[in-house]
Design a binder for this molecule. Structure first.
Ligand SMILES: N=c1c2ncn([C@@H]3O[C@H](COP(=O)(O)OP(=O)(O)OP(=O)(O)O)[C@@H](O)[C@H]3O)c2ncn1[C@@H]1O[C@H](COP(=O)(O)O)[C@@H](O)[C@H]1O
Length: 105
């Protein structure tokens, strides 16, 4: 399977134009960025609970919800996934990360 976050971003962009009556994505976006962010936060907390419980299947399902709802938040605020990926890429080449790793959590 080769489904990527970029594919999901494209699907969200496609569904953003649908009717809120037939699309969860369109419904969330119509409710505004604050509502999208709230939903993202709720899903993140559910993923945290699954991780703490050590429930693998639940963690996978909740992580999918988190990634989807994060992409909806980015869409609501007109942030491209590529901007986030570029940020991550820059971190992989930036020096000083080893120093950071030595810090306590
Ligand atoms: N990946 C998702 C996706 N993940 C979660 N959800 C929806 O997010 C909502 C989550 O609401 P709730 O937390 O209340 O419900 P829940 O997650 O089932 O329940 P919990 O156990 O988490 O509490 C549900 O309605 C899910 O269907 C998603 N809705 C859409 N997508 C993607 O977006 C595409 C377009 O979907 P539509 O916009 O609905 O056409 C789909 O083809 C998918 O690829």
């Amino acid at each position: 399977m080769t489904f990527t976050l970029t594919d999901l971003e494209a699907r969200i962009a496609e569904r953003a134009a649908a009717s809120p009556d037939e699309s969860w994505t369109a419904k969330l976006l119509a409710a505004g960025p604050e509502r999208c962010a709230k939903k993202f936060g709720e899903e993140a907390v559910e993923a945290v609970i699954a991780a703490v419980k050590g429930d693998r299947a639940e963690l996978i399902a909740e992580s999918a919800d988190v990634l989807y709802h994060l992409l909806v938040v980015l869409k609501a605020r007109n942030v491209a996934l590529q901007d986030v990926l570029s940020q991550l890429e820059a971190r992989t080449v930036r020096s000083g990360l080893a120093e950071k790793a030595a810090r306590p959590l």
